[in-house]
Write a new protein. Structure first.
Length: 129
């Protein structure tokens, strides 16, 4: 039976677990504890995060989605800036938050060439702020 963290990209973790009795933990949880992230979010005025593509995977344990969960937990305003935003994932996140608490911004359009989007990113970001 496969355990979380021991899949195709978890070979090193699995080896350390077997050979050294290492404990596998979620990376976000580890970094969050190091940074006292829950406390920092609780005392912040605004949470800003981003990633290349915000989609349903983001809401299933990736850092941007997990940080969004912390923002919701503490009733904080959240801004997500991503290269692309999947509208159904954005709608799922917005549905769980009070009106006006969450903003998601895409810096490129579907099907746009990377180089075009890359050159336009600074101007698009400035226009959103």
């Amino acid at each position: 039976m496969m355990e979380p963290g021991t899949g195709s990209s978890g070979g090193t973790g699995f080896g350390l677990r077997v050979a050294c009795a290492a404990k596998l933990v979620l990376g976000f949880d580890l970094i969050s504890a190091w940074l006292r992230l829950d406390e920092r979010v609780r005392t912040a005025d605004l949470i800003l995060t981003g990633e290349g593509r915000f989609d349903h995977g983001s809401l299933s344990g990736k850092a941007a989605g997990t940080l969004a969960e912390l923002a919701l937990k503490h009733h904080k305003k959240l801004v997500v800036i991503a290269g692309q935003v999947e509208e159904s994932a954005a709608a799922a996140l917005r549905a769980r938050a009070p009106a006006g608490k969450i903003a998601l911004y895409a810096l490129s359009t579907a099907g746009e060439e990377f180089e075009t989007a890359h050159r336009a990113t600074v101007h698009r970001l400035a226009a959103k702020i």
